[in-house]
Design a protein around this ligand. Structure first.
Ligand code: ATP
Ligand code: MG
Length: 583
């Protein structure tokens, strides 16, 4: 990440003024879902800010919502952070470990007369608080809220009631602990926010030990302070919470962590919020959190994305203070940049059509040399075999070609990649008139690469030797949503609001089961990436991604079945360049 970003400027000032003597950040995921690419941005900001100033970054699970959190999410989050290449070393913390500490600070605030136990219900609290539509400056357009009738309880009574809340004397929702701030504050967040609520829910770490749970706004700043976090970097929606963050730090008299907000990452054609991603999973619109169409790190990884491409993407978009939406095509551009350099080239045919080389002797097999990666000399070459019967792509033959069609049609010549130039002599059809084979003659003088002979042809096509090609399944993906911004859900004609699910792309997955590939693909490891020449980048599927080790290639668990599935990662054509050109 560029050091000239605004966060680095704040940090530099803080170091120069002596406000802080070191830099300590944290990445605070809530274990209520799997990480998505937005978290990749947050992580990059948190870890890189620390790294740039020789500081540290903690991993802290922000786990104070027992109903939604789970150990399986903790494991998935740790796995995905490691896969991206960030390292929290031994600094793994849990807000749920701070319950006793937080309780103590709540008592301290009560003793200062700055918090009270309220008997109003949650509905009454929000009614008393008032509803407001904040304008751009967070000035509310509603009248001030009303004080709760329980606001002026004595410190002694509050201490006693709060202890009774903890001891389980009251039912869920019967009482809350609230900060005593100002019910007329224009910022609604400051109108006596709730600090603790009663919830008899089993927490995945603390079990039944607690029946009161701290609210985010109270817990987060004080957890930061407990860890000595100097810069608490978070997304823009927390900006209006900053005065409250500072209020709790001040009233609890703890380490003065500083909150700084940055714009969240939004991407076209997808949703970046665990709430919505959870719905996609629960309602089975996708196969799971790691479905290759999901913007989760596990989904992107299974799709064939590399950590380098994701980190480079985040570095390129930079960090800003205003929200914006990045084109998905730009993410794909960053991915292609990386895959082009690193992926081995092989040939595969998605929809095979037989090509018979009529003037090739029946039994003859010839070895040809193919380059594994023209971008990487060290990748070497491999032998591919050429025989009388080949597979070509069904699309690469047209009996009656449209204008500018440079592939095979009767009378036309093309080069078979790494092989010979062949001239089409016709095709065979079945009784129904379907084309079942194409016929051609080869020119023995044209063996090898494109430069070895003087004959020029306009088209080069890929092919496989029919005798040793292996069957495979190819899964071709499209964007999960048809709308650029799936969460923009306009009103329907009947006056009801549409749902983001109305924008789902119902054709986002195409399974091609009869594809074929070079024999070397039989050895492909789950998670291994290739370029299928002329078709795009593909990755061998890794279904149980939790079994894979950090590099995405599962060497310890070879797949039980020999069924070869390849996910299409991205096509070869750069749609981003087109967008830039248009603009
Ligand atoms: P979601 O909206 O997906 O549920 P969240 O903010 O509730 O996200 P957390 O697990 O609480 O998820 O987030 C951990 C950190 O990641 C927070 O600091 C949050 O600000 C940041 N974050 C979440 N989504 C994005 C995003 N789209 N872009 C940048 N940062 C994000
Ligand atoms: Mg959150």
């Amino acid at each position: 990440m560029d050091c000239s970003d605004f966060i680095s400027e704040f940090i530099k000032d803080d170091l120069a003024s002596g406000r802080f003597s070191c830099v300590h950040t944290r990445f605070p995921p809530e274990p209520n879902g799997w990480l998505h690419i937005g978290h990749c941005k947050a992580m990059t900001v948190d870890f890189m800010a620390a790294e740039r100033f020789g500081g540290k970054c903690n991993l802290r699970f922000d786990d104070t919502n027992p109903e939604k959190e789970d150990l399986s999410y903790v494991k998935a989050i740790k796995r995905d952070i490691k896969w991206l290449g960030f390292d929290w070393e031994d600094r793994e913390y849990y807000a749920s470990d701070y319950y006793e500490y937080l309780y103590g600070l709540a008592v301290k605030i009560i003793k200062k007369g700055r918090a009270y136990v309220d008997d109003l219900s949650e509905e009454e609290i929000s009614e008393y608080r008032g509803t407001a539509v904040p304008d751009r400056n967070y000035i509310t357009l509603t009248p001030p809220g009303r004080n709760s009738p329980w606001r002026d309880r004595s410190v002694e009574e509050n201490l006693e009631l709060f202890a009774a809340m903890r001891a389980g004397k009251y039912a869920d929702g019967e009482k809350t602990l609230r900060a005593k701030i100002d019910m007329t504050d224009p910022n609604l967040v400051m109108r006596d926010p709730v600090m603790y609520r009663i919830r008899r829910a089993v927490h995945y770490r603390t079990g039944n030990s607690w029946c009161i749970y701290p609210m985010y706004d109270f817990q987060h700043p004080l957890s930061d302070a407990k860890e000595g976090i100097t810069h608490s970097l978070c997304s823009l929606e927390y900006e209006i919470h900053r005065p409250l963050y500072e209020w709790f730090i001040r009233e609890a008299e703890v380490f003065p962590s500083r909150q700084i907000e940055f714009a969240r990452l939004n991407l076209t054609r997808t949703v970046l919020s665990k709430r919505y991603l959870l719905r996609l999973v629960e309602e089975k619109h996708v196969s799971g959190w790691d479905d290759p169409r999901m913007p989760t790190l596990a989904g992107l990884r299974r799709r064939g994305y590399t950590p380098a491409a994701l980190r480079n993407f985040v570095a390129q978009i930079g960090i800003a203070k205003t929200d914006s939406t990045v084109e998905f095509a730009f993410l794909e551009y960053c991915l292609r940049e990386d895959l082009n350099k690193t992926s081995r080239r092989v040939m595969a045919v998605l929809r095979p059509l037989k090509l018979i080389v009529e003037n090739w002797p029946s039994e003859k097999i010839e070895d040809l040399e193919a380059v594994n990666n023209p971008e990487d000399e060290n990748a070497g070459t491999r032998i591919i075999r050429f025989g009388k019967e080949l597979w070509i792509e069904r699309d690469d033959f047209e009996e009656n070609p449209p204008p500018k069609y440079f592939r095979l049609f009767p009378g036309n010549a093309v080069r078979l990649r790494y092989g010979y130039i062949v001239t089409c002599t016709g095709c065979d059809k079945d009784a129904g008139g379907n084309i079942i084979a194409v016929r051609c003659n080869y020119d023995p003088e044209t063996k090898g690469g494109n430069a070895l002979d003087n004959r020029k042809v306009k088209g080069t096509i890929h092919w496989l030797n029919a005798a040793d090609a292996i069957p495979l399944e190819a899964r071709i993906y499209d964007y999960l949503f048809t709308a650029e911004k799936p969460l923009n859900t306009p009103e329907k004609p009947d006056g009801t609001n549409s749902s983001f699910l109305d924008n789902l792309n119902l054709a986002s997955l195409e399974v091609i089961s009869g594809a074929m590939g070079e024999p070397c693909l039989a050895e492909a490891k789950p998670g291994e990436r290739f370029q299928f020449e002329r078709l795009g980048y593909f990755v061998r599927d890794c279904p149980a991604i939790s079994d894979c080790n950090g590099d995405g290639v599962d060497s310890a668990h070879p797949p039980a079945s020999s069924h070869l599935v390849f996910n299409k990662t991205v096509g070869l054509r750069d749609t981003w360049a087109k967008i830039v050109k248009k603009e």
